[in-house]
Design a protein around this ligand. Structure first.
Ligand code: ZN
Length: 113
């Protein structure tokens, strides 16, 4: 039997993880890469419309930071019914499309989540 003292390293109270807001932030680099990928049209319906860089996944689900595979250029504004950005944020089929599209992007880029 071992009665030796085995100190367990103290848990750090420092916040190592970025906040959901920081993880959800879309950098210029990501925005530009997404825009280039889209060819300047909505990545779902192909309209050359006013585009927004839309999250394909809930921000709080993003582990480290938003990559180009977590977003899509979609027709907007998000608050307007009938646009793709509104659709993926407000409907179940839209959310499913967003997740499937994200999976496809990760597959194509060869990066694992
Ligand atoms: Zn669209």
């Amino acid at each position: 039997m071992n009665f030796g003292f085995n100190p367990v390293s103290k848990p750090s109270h420092k916040r190592k993880k970025k906040t959901a807001k920081q993880r959800g932030a879309i950098s210029n680099e990501v925005y530009n890469a997404a825009y280039e990928r889209s060819g300047g049209v909505c990545e779902r319906c192909g309209k050359g419309w006013y585009l927004e860089c839309a999250h394909l996944i809930r921000r709080w689900k993003i582990e480290t930071e938003t990559t180009v595979n977590d977003v899509a250029m979609l027709c907007a504004p998000q608050g307007q019914t009938g646009t793709c950005h509104h659709w993926i944020d407000s409907t179940r089929t839209g959310k499913e499309w967003a997740l499937a599209f994200r999976d496809k992007l990760y597959e194509e880029s060869g990066e694992n989540e």
